[in-house]
Each structure stands twice: as structure tokens, then as C-alpha cells.
Ligand binder design. Structure first.
Ligand code: NOJ
Length: 560
């Protein structure tokens, strides 16, 4: 397997609005990020992924871009951004930017032009269709944020497509001139020195061109059109073209966000010889606690399913492709609340989950606050929530007859705002995030859960993450070793072996608060064992052939 810097990296995602506010306006900003670079270096991070910082009316917190080449005023200026890049590079870290090119904001100058007339030169940068005979939407697709995926435009008397909010019109990748504009913009950033891109819903950019209706389910008004726009007919052509014209000319890292991607498809997207992307964000494991009616329909996670899913990806991309490893980002609830135990075993379970992920093969992603075990939040009322998806779901579910309690319970578990409460730096006002009133309330548990407390405690989650990251830097085995799941049918223990040259790594994670017995399979032979990391104190001479695990216990052994 070819060695690359991005395979050896650990990435930290910053959601700028909620990371650190330097000027007291309650909104995180670029100077705030600069203030915290030493903290990231201390954690051992070598690559930062910055969620969008471009000019935007903030309908979807920056994922609706009105100017790709300007910095959002609230976040600072281009000079601030340049200083950030320089400061990142000075610390021998890399910076990757968010590339949002499935759609723009409706306030982008291209769309402002496009919507004015059917013969405007920018018209074809977007996707327009005539109303159906009865004047209705061109098809029955739902937007990913609820409601129709089409919006009527009075001036041109037709509809434009928006797979997200109506302020996020989809770009028409069929149009060559548009593609060239995107490539020019990418080069402009790369020439400034950025080290790569995380590409927002990049597997949505090619749509089936006859726009067929989707299948209506459960009496809903709109249908999912996803099979007609995910991994569409020309997606590989576009990515290959982007690679040839832009990416191949730089030493960069790329990760494509791809809802609905399968392991086989991911092999094509990330195959070393295929010249498309380095890795993808897949969503299979993120859907395991969704009921039949989707995200808000709560379902318990089944550990066997999680083992099967993560292992399927490990095996599928074992050769030639590459995995990204994550549980958290700005769209997902906090993993310690979701898959661990944010009550009595918050510390143990956060460390266990981290062990499980960081010892796998792939590039690990840490989302701000994950490294200190930040949890989900339960705001008293919907008024405190800000996320467009959450607010839309609140009204849609109410309309479908859900009670207030039912809706709020789902929001407490799944809302994207769980990830977006301000970063908890210390136990002072607003958790040290801002001297002003934060744009979104801080999680009240900041008094005990915060960076300062974590750094001062050698047994903290923060110091445990630091250790996991160090181990990856010190052992090629953790980066490049083969993966093998063991104890497949054990309903409580997630355990696997990594192998590289003549060494093995044995990872043992107890996923629950019970005390199951671990039995080492007979075919795992070794002469010496060394405990590399564990979240409980383990006796040096302990016998690993058979032993009882403590609640959420995790251990990693190097076997020789
Ligand atoms: C995926 C992003 O991660 C999410 O935050 C955003 O709302 C949608 N794409 C639309 O850009």
C-alpha cells in the first residue's frame, strides 16, 4: 500500500461559528481559531478541516455560499484567513477547506442573475424545469430539509431545484462553463496554499436528467428522489475531470461527503489508480439508530450491526481505497451521548469509543469538543434551537401528529444543534467561548466539562485522545495494518486485530455497562504482549486468555 501524509494524519474539524470568539460578538471567528492552534498542536492534530468561512447569508450556517472568494464578515477578513493559514503551516499542520459546490446561496451573483430571465447567461448554471400541466412542481422530490425540492420563480415562471433549503439552489454540473468556474475557484484557493478539500454532498452533483418521480411512502406528500441524484450517471466523469484539471496538480487531501454511498461505490471513488478522491465520508453507521421512518424515528443501536457495518468498510477498502473514521461532525449528535453513556460512565465510554475508532485503519476525524467528551444538550424549548433542519422537522413532525414530548425527545437525541453548542473552554462565563452573549446557548454542563479541567487531569478524555493520536504516530501498524474482526457474534464486546509485518495489535472494547468475559480466540498466538493504552488501570501481569471486562473497558495490546 502506498504511503501518504493524509493516511497518516489525524484531522480535527472546526465549526467556526461555535469554536472561539475573539471579539465578543458571540460568534466564533478566525482570530479565535488562531488563538487555539497551540491547543490543537498539543492534542497532536496535524490537519484541520474548516467548515465554511465564506460569505453567506447563513440560512444553513455557511453551507449556503454567496461568494466563494470572500470571507464572511462575522468571521473576519481575508487577511485574518491568510494569517490563519500561515500560523497553521508554521506549526507544521495542514488546512483543508470545505468545498460546497452542489449548490450556492440564492444570494450568489450567479443565481441573482440566473433568476431574472430565461435567456440570462447564468440561467444554465442552475437546474430549471417547467411546472407540470397543473402548474405544480416538476416532480415529487422532497428537499433534504423537508417540503418540496422545487421552488417557483415568478420572473421566469418555472421552478428551480434545491435539494436543501430554498435558499440553496442546486448547481447544474452539466454546464461546462459552470464546471470551469468551480475549477478556477478551487485553484485560486490551492494557489493560496490550502492543503485540500472536504467536499459537501459531492455525490449529489450528477442528477438523472429526466427527473422521474420518487416513490411516495407512508402517505407523505413528497418522496425521496435520492436514487436519482446520489451517485448519478456522470459523477465519476466529473470527479475525474476535477482531478485531472485541478487536484492532480497539487499534493492535496480530498474527502468527499457521500450520503448513501456503498462500500463498492466507495472503492471506485477512492481507488488509488482511479484518480478521483482520497476518501469519502460514508453514512452507513450513522443510520443504524434510525427507525424505518428515518432520522427522527428513534431506534436503539444494535452492536452486532455496528460491528458488521464498520468491518464491512474496513474489508472493502482494505486494498487500494482508504477509509475515513468518524462518529462526530457538525451534523451529528455527540457520540458519547449517542453510542456511549453520558451519565455515570461518560469518561469511560468516551475513551472506549475513541479507542474503537482510532485503532482502525483509515484517517480519524475528531470533531471539536469530542476530545473533552462534550455531550448532547437538552434545551427547554424549541426557541433555543437554531438549526434549519431541526426547526423544519419540529413543524413537520408536529403536523404529522407527534406530541411536543415526542418531538423534543427526538430533537434531544438527533438534532444537529447537539454538535453546535459553543466549545467549552473553561468554567467561566459562556464557557470561555465569548465575552458576549453567544449566538447559541452553551451547554449548562460546561462547569464540569471543559478544556481547562481536562488539560489539568492526567486521566482525562483529552489526555487519552492525545495518547491515541501519539500511538498512531509511533506505530505504522495502526496506520497501515490489516484489519480482522474477532468475536463476531459477541453482543457486548467489539474486538479486532490489526496485523502488520510480524506484529499484531489486539483491540478489546466493552460497549456497555455490563461485565462480560473476554475470551481470546485460540488462533491468536504471541510470545510477548505489551499494553499500549487502556481506560482502567490494568495489572501488568494480567492474563488475557480469559478475563472479565469492567463497564465500557477498552484495552489495546501490542502482540509479538
Ligand atoms: C452537508 C453539510 O454537512 C450540512 O451541514 C449541510 O446542511 C448540507 N450538506 C447542505 O450543504
Amino acid at each position: 500500500m502506498k504511503h501518504s501524509w493524509w493516511k497518516e494524519s489525524v484531522v480535527y474539524q472546526i465549526y467556526p461559528r461555535s469554536f472561539m470568539d475573539s471579539n465578543g460578538d458571540g460568534i466564533g471567528d478566525i482570530q479565535g481559531i488562531i488563538m487555539k492552534l497551540d491547543y490543537l498542536k498539543e492534542l497532536g492534530i496535524d490537519t484541520i478541516w474548516l467548515s465554511p468561512v465564506y460569505e453567506s447569508p447563513n440560512d444553513d450556517n455557511g453551507y449556503d455560499i454567496s461568494n466563494y472568494m470572500k470571507i464572511m464578515d462575522e468571521f473576519g477578513s481575508m487577511e485574518d484567513w491568510e494569517e490563519l493559514l500561515q500560523q497553521v503551516h508554521m506549526r507544521e499542520m495542514s488546512l483543508i477547506m470545505d468545498l460546497v459546490v452542489n449548490h450556492t446561496s440564492d444570494e450568489h451573483k450567479w443565481f441573482m442573475q440566473a433568476k431574472t430571465s430565461r435567456d440570462n447567461p447564468y440561467r444554465d448554471y442552475y437546474i430549471w424545469r417547467d411546472p407540470k400541466g397543473d402548474g405544480k412542481e416538476p416532480n415529487n422530490w422532497a428537499s433534504n430539509f423537508g417540503g418540496s425540492a422545487w421552488e417557483y420563480n415568478e420572473e421566469t415562471k418555472d421552478y428551480y431545484l434545491h435539494l436543501f433549503s430554498k435558499k440553496q439552489p442546486d448547481l447544474n454540473w452539466e454546464n461546462e462553463q459552470l464546471r470551469e468556474e468551480v475549477y478556477r475557484m478551487m485553484k485560486w484557493w490551492l494557489d493560496k496554499g490550502v492543503d485540500g478539500f472536504r467536499m459537501d454532498v459531492i455525490n449529489f452533483i450528477s442528477k438523472v436528467d429526466n427527473f422521474p418521480d420518487g416513490e411516495i411512502k407512508n402517505g407523505k406528500k413528497y418522496a425521496s428522489g435520492s436514487k436519482y441524484y446520489r451517485n448519478g450517471p456522470k459523477i465519476h466523469d466529473y470527479l475525474k475531470e476535477m482531478n485531472e484539471k485541478v487536484l492532480s496538480q497539487y499534493d492535496v487531501m480530498t474527502v468527499g461527503e457521500m450520503p448513501g454511498v456503498t462500500p463498492d461505490q466507495a472503492k471506485d471513488y477512492t481507488g488509488e489508480e482511479r484518480n478521483e478522491l482520497n476518501m469519502v465520508f460514508q453514512f452507513e453507521h450513522m443510520g443504524l439508530d434510525n427507525g424505518p421512518n428515518g432520522k427522527w424515528d428513534l431506534q436503539e443501536l444494535d452492536l452486532i450491526e455496528l460491528k458488521q457495518s464498520l468491518s464491512r468498510w474496513q474489508y472493502a477498502l482494505a486494498e487500494g481505497g482508504w477509509n475515513s473514521l468518524y462518529y462526530n461532525n457538525h451534523d451529528q449528535p455527540r457520540s458519547v451521548s449517542r453510542f456511549g453513556n453520558d451519565g455515570d460512565y461518560r469518561i469511560e465510554s468516551a475513551k472506549m469509543l475513541a479507542t474503537l475508532l482510532h485503532m482502525m485503519k483509515g484517517t480519524p476525524y475528531v470533531y471539536q469538543g469530542e476530545e473533552i467528551g462534550m455531550t448532547n444538550v437538552r434545551f427547554d424549548s424549541i426557541e433555543s434551537y437554531k438549526d434549519i433542519e431541526t426547526l423544519q422537522a419540529y413543524s413537520d413532525l408536529k403536523e404529522q401528529g407527534w406530541s411536543e414530548e415526542e418531538v423534543m425527545e427526538s430533537i434531544f437525541k438527533k438534532s444537529r444543534d447537539n454538535a453546535r453548542t459553543p466549545m467549552q473552554w473553561n468554567d467561566e462565563d459562556h464557557a470561555g467561548f465569548s465575552s458576549g452573549e453567544p449566538w447559541m446557548a452553551v451547554n449548562p454542563n460546561y462547569k464540569s466539562i471543559n478544556v481547562e479541567a481536562e488539560r489539568n487531569n492526567e486521566h482525562s478524555i483529552f489526555n487519552y485522545y492525545k495518547r491515541l493520536i501519539q500511538l498512531r504516530k509511533q506505530n505504522e501498524l495502526i496506520v497501515y495494518g490489516d484489519y480482522q474482526l474477532i468475536l463476531e457474534d459477541d453482543p457486548e464486546i467489539f474486538s479486532y486485530v490489526r496485523s502488520y509485518q510480524d506484529k499484531k495489535l489486539l483491540v478489546i472494547c466493552n460497549f456497555y455497562d455490563k461485565e462480560p468475559t473476554f475470551k481470546l480466540p485460540r488462533d491468536i498466538n504471541f510470545m510477548t504482549k505489551q499494553l499500549l493504552v487502556s481506560n482502567y488501570t490494568v495489572e501488568e501481569q494480567s492474563n488475557i486468555a480469559e478475563f472479565t471486562l469492567q463497564p465500557y473497558e477498552a484495552r489495546v495490546y501490542l502482540l509479538n
